[in-house]
Design a binder for this molecule. Structure first.
Ligand code: E4P
Length: 217
């Protein structure tokens, strides 16, 4: 499973990239607003920072304007993926941008039917939102499993980009189901490495090592 980092903070992306944990990046208008930076400038900077796909979301609501915005975003760098909302207009824009050889990420997916439509429109990625379904008392992970079944049933190439991930357990469940990608907030990505037995084991090793009085360097 590929890891994308769900942030517009370049320092966080750079730090995680040092550990080889960044296969790509996703942003959305809320994350851009949180960064307080110029949208086009920050997307360009992220694209220069990593080799993998970087999702940048259109803000228009009608297909012609979405297509124009998508083409402008795609000109920023070769690794830009144009993020489009899962609406009828978004599907039209997805079809047009795919025909223009521009990669797309159809976002705000909350049902397997919506995901099926995105795949039929030629989406490179579809982003099902786990946490926001969980927030409503609906099992978000079931959507990931259903999309996996639907895409496998019909051999769609569209990649399942699990989004709105809130915990390490979400990531593990996505990997077990077979999501192609998980886009993960930096704090959750760092949580994946943690295990109390690792900490306890390391503490014991260090204590015993000190007793030897040796040093490697
Ligand atoms: C990523 O593409 C999504 O925009 C993001 O994962 C949404 O996460 P949230 O529901 O925690 O805002």
């Amino acid at each position: 499973m590929k890891f994308f980092v769900d942030t517009a903070e370049t320092s966080e992306i750079a730090e995680l990239a040092e550990a080889g944990l960044v296969d790509g990046v996703t942003t959305n208008p809320s994350l851009i607003a949180k960064s307080g930076r110029d949208f086009l400038e920050v997307v360009k900077e992220i694209c220069d920072l990593i080799d993998g796909p970087v999702s940048a979301e259109v803000t228009a609501l009608e297909a012609p304007a979405m297509i124009a915005e998508g083409k402008k975003l795609a000109e920023l760098a070769d690794n830009v993926v144009v993020k489009l909302p899962l609406t009828f207009e978004g599907l039209k824009a997805c079809q047009a941008l795919t025909a223009a050889n521009i990669q797309t990420n159809v976002t705000l997916c909350f049902s397997a039917n919506q995901g099926l439509l995105a795949a039929k429109a030629g989406a490179t990625y579809v982003s099902p939102f786990i946490g926001r379904l969980d927030d409503l008392g609906v099992d978000g992970m079931e959507l990931i499993a259903n999309l996996r079944t639907v895409f496998d049933n019909y051999g769609f190439d569209t990649q399942i980009l699990a989004a709105s991930i809130r915990s390490a357990d979400h990531v593990q469940q996505c990997a077990l189901i077979g999501a192609d990608v998980a886009t993960v907030p930096p704090s959750v990505l760092k949580d994946l490495v943690k295990h109390q037995l690792t900490d306890k084991g390391l503490e014991a090793f260090m204590s015993d090592w000190q007793k030897t009085g040796q040093s490697i360097l």
